[in-house]
Write a protein that binds this ligand. Sequence first.
Ligand code: ADP
Ligand code: MG
Length: 268
Amino acid sequence: MGHVVLNADGATYRIAGETLVAEASLTVQCGTRLAIIGPNGAGKSTLLRMLAGLLAPTSGAIYFNGASSVRLTARERARMFAFVGQSDAPELRLLVEDYVSLGRIPHAGAFSRAMDREIVAEALHCAKVSQFARRAIGSLSGGERQRVQLARAIAQQPAVLFLDEPTNHLDPGARSELLSLVAGLNVTTIAVLHDLPLVAPFATQVAVMHRSRVVATGTPDETLTPLIVGDVFNLEILRLRHPSHDRDLMVFETQVPSLLSHPHARSA
Ligand code: ADP
Ligand code: MG
């Protein structure tokens, strides 16, 4: 394993009397793909924004390569971190290629213009949006826009890529496709994921959040356990042998007690 890139040490975020993240501690090693999972409102986006240096912890600290991340300048941060948020709203009249070129701004002057153009073309290709290069962002579907935002982040050539629910506008097939594309980048990645079946195939590490706290960290095997998933998500987890491939399948079953206890569901 590589060195520790990011380290949260008791990172806490309080606002207006509410604790959105309470004493989160975790380390992210170089090359890791960390999935942050948890129910709605658990504090995932807030933790992600703290890790990315977009929010300063109200207590505790975040370290990037051993140095407190609040000391990074905005430009240093932009060179190191690419962030694709849940509700980023790019200017809709921008052409896709111009938008993706914005990813090069933090590196302005460091590369030749021809090199920058090549990096942008490569990012468009990588995110499979080259065919939209000359279209306005406003003309794209939600899923296409999500891939364009990823292309901008790729063009940024970050040390760490932050993604907040990067698949929420995509159809099921496109979700795993996007995540395998991200995995193929070989960039240290921290992603809030809401799609539990995609966590184990994608992530090398998982942080589980529940009610503002990181309640478990570890490999997918260590964290996607019946106990944790039952407790945090109220889901039953089943490991089944894939009928035709040499691997296990994880199935997440909703426990719906109100339905199960419905009088008509019971046999006499
Ligand atoms: P998640 O991404 O896990 O859904 P968030 O980190 O976005 O959760 O938010 C955690 C909780 O904090 C949510 O209940 C949200 O409504 C609340 N929250 C978010 N921003 C603020 C704010 N500025 N002031 C008060 N509460 C907030
Ligand atoms: Mg969120």
